[in-house]
Design a protein around this ligand. Structure first.
Ligand SMILES: Nc1ncnc2c1ncn2[C@@H]1O[C@H](COP(=O)(O)OP(=O)(O)OP(=O)(O)O)[C@@H](O)[C@H]1O
Ligand SMILES: [Mg+2]
Length: 489
């Protein structure tokens, strides 16, 4: 059950005001930043629901965001809701078919301008989520759009995790570029304050919490709605709450301590899963952000997978696809999957996806997780070629560079050839590479929130638990929110 949106009135107003200005022909990009679990997706979804249609929604995928991935996801979900939705796009169709093969015959090449036109003709509001994991082509497109949007009836809400964003991340360049053009509009979403956290608890709990319980949960969670939800679910699940004079309170004598960290809370919440469901949940955690239910059922059991869906841990997304309830829950469980099993599951996913002509980047990320360097390299080189087709040169170069960095003579040659082709294809004006020209940005001067002591302690705990402890973690593909071990990127 989803609780009503707590607080966020000012932020919601700002986003709706931007949509209102777009309706009058003055569009914009609004960045929505905040730490993992603070409520970016929720707020963006609320705003999307309140905006007049058509609204497109897409998200980047951890470790495997293909060129224009979030935009393709948005267009695809739009087409699912309205199969004739892109008919108006007429001559753009073959170009779009490069990204969306279900549209039919594809043009040989496509470029940013075409994709831009398609987004424009299909939508009034676009919500792009999880951009900390975005491909570079999408972020370049956003940078290039900022100025023309001023004269267009289109709002783009671009959400990203701001904690743990690497210094060289393209998002920092995007912010920098937007700021230089006077187009940076950003909402920094802070954790809920004490009062709002109590309001949220009032919605999550079957009875009102006592002031002591509300205080304890706020102090532990620092106002993170995600952490609060998980903590409440864990406390309810293990029967640690009782009715007291002033509302629900913690059992005075409880053997089990209250979970200290968000991961502890998540794992405690999973403790009651049956064996087959636990096995299926592990498979889903290894699968990645988006899950092929058929493959997952083949690697676990239909019964187990069904139980994860019934319990709400895995959410069906239609057409045989699903996703984990929340990325943070997936990351926490992934870290718990024993190493040998994880490696084996990655291998089996890689094989199944390769047979299914899945995007090569996704295949590569599973080969990496399986410890199969040369198979990963081959898939990366294929991914680089796929990126070239849509002229996502930076993504192509990135995939080629990772492939090269991992050695392999044939891959090296292929990657070098791709680099040469990339140089040959680069537009003479350089307009398509505007973010690239921005050069190295100065460090992001993010406003540090002033935290009360309890909240600060909780946030330290949150970030401490995201630090890798066993060195297994590879280079993060994009952002923070990282548990002990991290899905390969
Ligand atoms: N203002 C709010 N009122 C009620 N529930 C909220 C609020 N903000 C977030 N939540 C709930 O908290 C959980 C986490 O929120 P959400 O998924 O939006 O976080 P996020 O910032 O997008 O996290 P991530 O960075 O991991 O994507 C969700 O279940 C969401 O419904
Ligand atoms: Mg989110």
């Amino acid at each position: 059950m989803r609780t009503p949106l707590i607080g966020r009135e000012a932020e919601r107003e700002r986003l709706l005001a931007a949509a209102g200005r777009a309706a009058e022909g003055h569009g914009s990009i609004v960045l929505l930043a905040g730490e993992a679990g603070v409520g970016k997706s929720r707020l963006a979804a609320e705003v999307a629901d309140a905006c007049p249609p058509p609204v497109l929604r897409g998200a980047a995928v951890d470790g495997a965001s293909t060129p224009y991935g979030p935009i393709v996801a948005a267009l695809r979900s739009y087409l699912r809701a309205d199969p004739s939705g892109l008919d108006e796009c007429g001559s753009l169709r073959p170009h779009l078919a490069l990204l969306l093969p279900e549209l039919g015959d594809a043009a040989e090449e496509s470029d940013r301008a075409t994709i831009f036109e398609a987004v424009r003709c299909a939508s009034a509001t676009v919500v792009l989520d999880d951009l900390q994991w975005s491909d570079e082509a999408t972020l370049e497109l956003l940078a290039a759009l900022a100025s023309p949007l001023r004269e267009m009836p289109l709002t783009i809400v671009a959400a990203y995790r701001s904690d743990g964003l690497p210094r060289e991340h393209m998002l920092r360049r995007l912010r920098n570029e937007l700021r230089r053009g006077g187009e940076l509009e950003e909402i920094q979403l802070e954790p809920l304050d004490r009062e709002r956290t109590a309001d949220l608890l009032g919605e999550l709990l079957p009875e009102a919490p006592s002031p002591a319980l509300a205080r304890a949960i706020y102090d532990r969670t620092g106002g993170s709605p995600f952490f609060a939800e998980e903590l409440v679910a864990a406390l309810l699940g293990k029967g640690s709450l009782q009715a007291g004079k002033r509302g629900l309170e913690l059992l005075a004598e409880d053997d089990e301590p209250v979970p200290e960290t968000v991961r502890d809370a998540i794992l405690l919440g999973l403790a009651d899963l049956s064996e087959p469901a636990r096995a299926a949940a592990e498979v889903a955690a290894v699968a990645g952000d988006s899950l092929d239910l058929g493959i997952a059922a083949g690697l676990s059991t239909t019964t187990g997978l069904n139980e994860t869906i019934e319990s709400g841990l895995v959410v069906e997304e239609g057409e045989g696809r699903g996703r984990f309830r929340h990325a943070l829950a997936r990351e926490a469980l992934y870290a718990e999957v024993p190493w040998l099993r994880r490696r084996d599951l990655h291998r089996r996913f890689a094989e199944a996806l390769e047979g299914d002509s899945a995007p090569s980047l996704e295949v590569a990320s599973h080969w990496r997780g399986a410890g199969e360097g040369s198979r990963a390299r081959e898939a990366l080189v294929r991914a680089a070629r796929e990126s070239e087709t849509v002229r996502a040169h930076r993504d192509a170069a990135g995939a080629g560079a990772v492939a090269r960095g991992r050695g392999g003579s044939r891959s090296d040659r292929d990657a070098r050839a791709l680099r040469r082709r990339r140089r040959a294809h680069r537009p003479a004006s350089g307009g398509g590479e505007s973010v690239a020209r921005a050069g190295r940005p100065p460090p992001l001067t993010r406003r540090r929130p002033r935290l009360r002591r309890g909240a600060a302690t909780a946030r330290r705990r949150l970030s401490a638990e995201r630090r890798p402890r066993d060195g297994v973690r590879g280079p993060p593909p994009g952002g923070g929110g990282v548990p002990r071990r991290r899905p390969p990127g």
